[in-house]
Design a binder for this molecule. Sequence first.
Ligand SMILES: [Zn+2]
Length: 269
Amino acid sequence: MRLEHIQKTFQKNPTYHSDRCEKHSMEHIIWKQQSICPRCFLEQQDQQLQEQIEGQYKKSQKMKKYNTLYHSSLVSDSTILKATMESYKPTCEEERRNKQIILECIQRYKQGEIFNVILQGLQGTGKSHLAYSILKELNETAEYKISSLFISVEDMLRKIRASFQDKESKYTENYFVDLMSGVDFLVLDDLGAETGAIKTDKKATDFVQRVLYAIGTTRQDKPTILTTNLTGKALFSMYDRKLVSRLLKNPKYIIFKESKDKRISSSPF
Ligand SMILES: [Zn+2]
């Protein structure tokens, strides 16, 4: 009964014809003047799906890069996260000049130049603000093509130290070294503060040297931006010479020595 029914349908409907796929040697019907081999049809669908998945993967990889700054940074002061070049308001000639130099550095970075920036000077002159702004400017104008990361050295070392006790913690020495080695642009914020008293000649512990050395080694061909209250001389006496030389390789120094402490001058007493 069924077969007859189908036969009738075919006879009644002149648009049904058959064809043979050369690729799959498969007999199939022609439906509304279209010759579609079922296997070719499945292959096409497969390919479309594959392309869709690849597209989504590429997009998610791009978003991952872009989001590194916002998801993986470690800041000691959350107001830094709002910092932009526009919101940095110079209060003296030196700050105006330094802001201009930084804008020039950003342009050079955008052209693919590789060099390090050292923001050195008194506390409270907005070095961290400026360092974060550099990353934000690069991140927001790179069309998801670069990754950047802001790391407060002191907070990072505290987290690594805590991971020695807490075996569940993901913030291990390897975690940070991998993260900081991989990004295109890195800020190491407030180097030297982790040793506590700045004016003592206390040597950084071996563990700190090891972490910084790994970063310096893996970032030879990637820009690193450093902020510190310490002078070059103090850095050299505190850390291994080779380590400092690597971190300060091909540097652009931006020095703040006149600027007043913004935090002190804005306090009411
Ligand atoms: Zn086919």
